[in-house]
Design a protein around this ligand. Structure first.
Ligand code: DGL
Length: 285
């Protein structure tokens, strides 16, 4: 048995790397749905079906828990899969399985509050001043879902959230575009967000795992000192707590690492190799 990590492409490697450092003995299977990447411009039903197919492939390969290392899939597909698919799948497979997302831990890190926290709504006439601005860079589908605005606002009315959709950016990263080209796109989006807010945000969330691969370009485009919420760390922390509460999941203990793609098997781009610290090859799923 193993921990499955799923993304439309190479973005989920940012989460995978943190998880394997946190749980080095565990077995991991990474699946990139590169035949269908990017997901960010797709419709909701499409994202649900593709995510389900990817998870199915990972459960077949021996995963007991699949982490959706993709904000788009977590925002659009996670709840549907947990509510309508996983219960029947557990019965069919006759073993405990689950799908987990990465947005809940990110909201917890961004708010400094547990997911279960319920803020008291302000009294009639009581005004809450937003003191902190958090900018979220994400795919079009994640921005349309408004998940970051809604869930942060429920817990922290003093944080104003602005999402900047970056259509096309995940696709460029997937293709391993040159850093110069990526820098122009990142600078444009950081500037667009600044113009919309009237100033730069105090904190930023890279709300698409692909963007974490080029986190240093975002850090360079934002003013020095802008706090970047560390999504991979937040996910690893949450998973640690989840496994402590759920010893029923068999996670393997031989340190196996498999990397699969629904697209073309072979070495990933130089951009990925630079992030990874070594060339990385995916096998055919
Ligand atoms: N890496 C994914 C995310 O976090 C998906 C990007 C895409 O496929 O558009 O949103």
């Amino acid at each position: 048995m193993a921990i499955g990590v799923f993304d439309s492409g190479v973005g989920g490697l940012t989460v995978h790397r943190e998880l394997t450092q946190r749980f080095p003995q565990r077995d991991f299977i990474y699946l990139a749905d590169q035949a269908h990447a990017p997901y960010g411009g797709r419709g909701g039903e499409d994202i649900v079906e593709l995510t389900k197919a990817g998870c199915e492939r990972l459960f077949e390969a021996g995963a007991s828990v699949v982490v959706l290392a993709c904000n788009t899939a977590s925002a659009i597909a996670l709840r549907r899969l947990q509510q309508t698919w996983i219960p029947g799948l557990r019965e069919r497979l006759g073993r405990p399985v689950n799908v987990l997302g990465i947005i809940v831990p990110t909201i917890e890190a961004a708010t400094g509050l547990p997911w279960s926290f319920e803020a008291e709504r302000p009294q009639e006439g009581e005004k809450i001043q937003a003191v902190d601005i958090t900018g979220v860079f994400c795919t079009a589908a994640t921005a349309i879902s408004r998940v970051f605005e809604i869930e942060i606002d429920k817990r922290r009315e003093d944080i104003a959230v602005f999402c900047e959709p970056c259509p096309g950016l995940a696709g460029l990263i997937e293709l391993g575009a040159p850093v110069e080209e990526l820098t122009v796109v990142v600078n444009d989006h950081v500037d667009a967000l600044r113009r919309r807010i009237g100033r730069h945000p105090d904190k930023a969330i890279l709300g698409c795992t692909h963007y974490e691969i080029i986190a240093e370009l975002f850090a360079a485009a934002l003013p020095p000192g802008t706090a970047l919420i560390e999504q991979p760390t937040a996910v690893a922390d949450a998973l640690d707590r989840y496994f402590a509460r759920h010893p029923e999941y068999a996670l393997g203990d031989s340190g196996r690492r498999d990397f699969l793609t629904t697209g073309q098997a072979g070495p990933q781009s130089d951009l990925v190799a630079r992030f990874w610290g070594a060339p990385l090859t995916f096998d055919q799923a």
